[in-house]
Design a protein around this ligand. Sequence first.
Ligand SMILES: [Zn+2]
Ligand SMILES: [Zn+2]
Length: 147
Amino acid sequence: MSTVDEPEPNLYERLGIRPTATADEVTAAYRRRARSLHPDSAPGTPNPRALQEVIAAYRVLSDPPLRRDYDRRIGATPLGRAGFSHPRACLVCAGAGQLQTPCRRCAGAGALLTDSPWLQAPRPCPGCAGRGYQDTGCGACAATGRR
Ligand SMILES: [Zn+2]
Ligand SMILES: [Zn+2]
């Protein structure tokens, strides 16, 4: 059991692509990674955890609404930041009133990792309803979004 708060995993790095990658590039990168990690391709060195992480990353990045949510969380979309330009907005939560913390159960992937990833598709994480994060009220502004 880890006692250290791990940073949110970068799903783009897991697939080896940039945040600007198109949907086709996401799929191509996923297939390449999944193939290289599959036990049939790498006999003797099974790494189910790595394959699970690639599958979980693809699950988010291949779903436009999930990817948009994820981009907003990591600040990859310039538009997502420009949207909060109110001068009196709370700086801690960017005016949202809520803080999104990565789900501890699925490490922000939104999918529950299984022991046999090549036998079954990962299912949405029940801890966060597949969103990968949980909302908590911002303490700095009492969840009002204003200073
Ligand atoms: Zn706040
Ligand atoms: Zn979760």
